[in-house]
Design a binder for this molecule. Structure first.
Ligand SMILES: CCCCCCCCC/C=C/C(=O)SCCNC(=O)CCNC(=O)[C@H](O)C(C)(C)COP(=O)(O)OP(=O)(O)OC[C@H]1O[C@@H](n2cnc3c(N)ncnc32)[C@H](O)[C@@H]1OP(=O)(O)O
Ligand SMILES: NC(=O)C1=CN([C@@H]2O[C@H](COP(=O)(O)OP(=O)(O)OC[C@H]3O[C@@H](n4cnc5c(N)ncnc54)[C@H](OP(=O)(O)O)[C@@H]3O)[C@@H](O)[C@H]2O)C=CC1
Length: 306
């Protein structure tokens, strides 16, 4: 049989250009012009709070939620970054959103934040815990401070947000919805063991709360992104960034909109029966591909002494 009809192997997506070119995610023009599959009033009248929305996935999600009619509140530690999101939404959609400088590692600041959102919008429908991050390092070399910083941000910070939101929902007798952005940790995550531990904590915390809080009509789900090109890539060396697209069988990086649209879906009535789940957006990374964001040890190199 002839092979003439067999397409050449797909090395990278044409729209991706050079897959080895390190990029830093979608710029504001890209976010503003991105089409959406959702109807424009999908989240009309709903209030959505997004943490870490001064950049990356959080920023794209804030824009999409506002575009779909939601009342949007955002938080993060850096006011200038939050201002950029406020300005982008004002400029692109003519809408005002609420922005509150907050470190999610502080339970007091989180309590104030949730109170401010309720005072401003009269309630909260969906909480998106997107704030987080880590640095790449071999676990054996973690400093105590570095370990604690990552656990405190990703596990404790996410928990303070969930608990404060849920206390209000229970007190007000109103339904609630939580979407936690974690990571694809199915096979562990070399050189990110701290975040792997924290995200695993969030995933099983979420599964447990999905049961405990169902009696108050509060749903809790997680999204596990693979390699999503964002400003967060600044944490990784150029050498690693050049390989990031090889971490999945599709040999591409996702973008912030890929995650934002899933968040919008989970915030919509279409997701009313989805609870306690983990939705992976990773191009198949769970099955194949490696990252080694701080450099692959010789042991795993083809030339290494395995
Ligand atoms: C999921 C994907 C997985 C990684 C593998 C996959 C890669 C592709 C997918 C990409 C996934 C992403 O998440 S991209 C998104 C990334 N975005 C972010 O990470 C942004 C947010 N990150 C952070 O804020 C930081 O990483 C984090 C450590 C959590 C908090 O930092 P802060 O400065 O606020 O914390 P502090 O309390 O001051 O402590 C900082 C201490 O952390 C340690 N530390 C900080 N940077 C360090 C570094 N490069 N190398 C060693 N150690 C470091 C030091 O001990 C610091 O102390 P001193 O020595 O005293 O200073
Ligand atoms: N990009 C990727 O490939 C992947 C990302 N993720 C996770 O997805 C989420 C979004 O990441 P991404 O958009 O890529 O990265 P970004 O770094 O662009 O976004 C993370 C945001 O979180 C905020 N943040 C960090 N710490 C705190 C804190 N203590 N309190 C409040 N806000 C905080 C940051 O703002 P500021 O520093 O101003 O507070 C920043 O805006 C993160 O949790 C990330 O770890 C998971 C898997 C893959």
């Amino acid at each position: 049989m002839s092979n003439s009809n067999v397409p050449p192997p797909k090395i990278f997506k044409p729209e991706d250009g050079d897959p080895g070119r390190p990029k830093r995610g979608m710029d504001e023009d890209a976010i503003k012009t991105q089409p959406t599959i959702f109807r424009e009033d999908l989240l009309e009248g709903k209030t959505v709070l997004i943490s870490g929305a001064g950049s990356g996935m959080g920023k794209a999600t804030a824009y999409l939620a506002a575009k779909l009619g939601a009342n949007v509140a955002i938080c993060g530690r850096t006011m200038e970054k939050l201002d950029s999101t406020v300005e982008m939404i004002r400029d692109g959609l003519g809408k005002e959103i609420l922005s509150v400088q907050t470190n999610i590692r502080s339970p007091e600041e989180v309590e104030d934040l949730i109170g401010t959102v309720h005072d401003h919008f009269g309630g909260l429908d969906t909480l998106v815990n997107n704030a987080g991050g880590q640095f790449p390092q071999d676990a054996i070399d973690f400093s105590r401070k570095g370990w604690l910083a990552v656990i405190d941000t990703n596990l404790n910070g996410t928990w303070w947000m969930m608990q404060e939101a849920a206390k209000r929902w229970r007190a007000d007798g109103k339904p609630g919805n939580i979407v936690n952005i974690v990571a694809n940790i199915e096979r562990g995550m070399p050189q990110a063991a701290h975040t792997c531990a924290a995200r695993a904590g969030v995933i099983y915390l979420s599964k447990t709360l999905a049961t405990e809080w169902a009696q108050w009509d509060v749903r809790v789900n997680c999204i596990g992104p693979g390699v999503i090109e964002t400003e967060g890539f600044r944490m990784y060396p150029e050498e690693a960034l050049k390989r990031f697209h090889k971490a999945n069988p599709m040999k591409m990086r996702g973008n912030a909109w890929d995650v934002a649209e899933m968040i919008a879906y989970l915030a919509s009535p279409a997701a009313r029966f989805i609870n306690g789940d983990l939705i992976i957006i990773d191009g198949g990374q769970a099955q194949w591909g490696v990252i080694w964001p701080a450099g692959m040890p010789d042991y795993f190199n083809e030339s290494g002494a395995a």
